[in-house]
Design a protein around this ligand. Structure first.
Ligand SMILES: *[C@@H]1O[C@H](CO)[C@@H](O)[C@H](O)[C@H]1NC(C)=O
Ligand SMILES: *[C@@H]1O[C@H](CO)[C@@H](O)[C@H](O)[C@H]1NC(C)=O
Ligand SMILES: *[C@@H]1O[C@H](CO)[C@@H](O)[C@H](O)[C@H]1NC(C)=O
Ligand SMILES: *[C@@H]1O[C@H](CO)[C@@H](O)[C@H](O)[C@H]1NC(C)=O
Length: 192
């Protein structure tokens, strides 16, 4: 029993040495920062942004372009397999001619066979005032016929570093002939 205990202690010592070595070697490329002193993080705050996204597929100045589709997309009632790349303007009011606050750049894919639902990956790139140049990265499922629906904020840059949060989407107008839509965005972002 005593032998076993001694053996165990030596083994534990050996493992802790290995562990320490592992941490030490990590410092070759990583270092810990103190949030207050070195990183200068301000207290966490919550920001609500409201704007309108214009998803224009047809007309004189489209900003959403289908780039690929599956063989079944044409016969699918949910456009399953359709992929589009967007550079959609974001404005203060539903009027496309109102002040531009930024653009939604990214892509969506129709990815449900049972309802019209998009998988969205995009960056909201802001261009107005203190937010000019900052971005929010968004990932989410967008069942476009549901109101409201919700997307996830997974990160951000500039004033939105370390951002997380959610976005509520409500369809403002949708034209079934042109497939063009105006969607109201209510962004709730927590950041520093
Ligand atoms: C789907 O329909 C469009 C327009 O009707 C046509 O241009 C396209 O080739 C079709 N795609 C497939 C995969 O059948
Ligand atoms: C926006 O402005 C342009 C040119 O000034 C005009 O042609 C267009 O009709 C306006 N659009 C809306 C929705 O008011
Ligand atoms: C945003 O920043 C860009 C580049 O820094 C600048 O050209 C542009 O005028 C700015 N826009 C606004 C609305 O401040
Ligand atoms: C949909 O767009 C078409 C073509 O621009 C237009 O004629 C029609 O009035 C629009 N429908 C609605 C409900 O706005």
């Amino acid at each position: 029993m005593a032998h076993f205990k001694a053996g165990f202690t030596i083994l534990a010592f050996f493992f802790s040495l290995t562990f320490l070595t592992a941490i030490k070697s990590e410092t070759l490329f990583a270092r810990r920062l103190s949030a207050q002193d070195q990183f200068r993080l301000k207290p966490e705050k919550m920001t609500h942004l409201r704007f309108y996204l214009h998803d224009t597929l047809t007309g004189q100045h489209p900003t959403a372009f289908p780039v690929a589709q599956a063989a079944i997309t044409n016969t699918s009632s949910t456009f399953f397999g359709l992929v589009a790349v967007i550079d959609d303007p974001l404005t203060v009011t539903p009027d496309l001619n109102s002040t531009l606050v930024g653009r939604a750049q990214g892509m969506y894919a129709s990815s449900s066979q049972s309802e019209v639902a998009l998988t969205i990956t995009m960056n909201l790139v802001f261009a107005e005032g203190a937010y000019n140049g900052s971005t929010l990265s968004v990932l989410g499922r967008n069942p476009i016929l549901k109101n409201p629906r919700e997307l996830t904020i997974v990160g951000g840059t500039g004033v939105f570093r370390f951002a997380r949060g959610y976005i509520q989407l409500r369809t403002y107008t949708y034209n079934a002939t042109t497939n063009n839509a105006i969607v109201k965005y209510d962004v709730y972002a927590s950041h520093y």
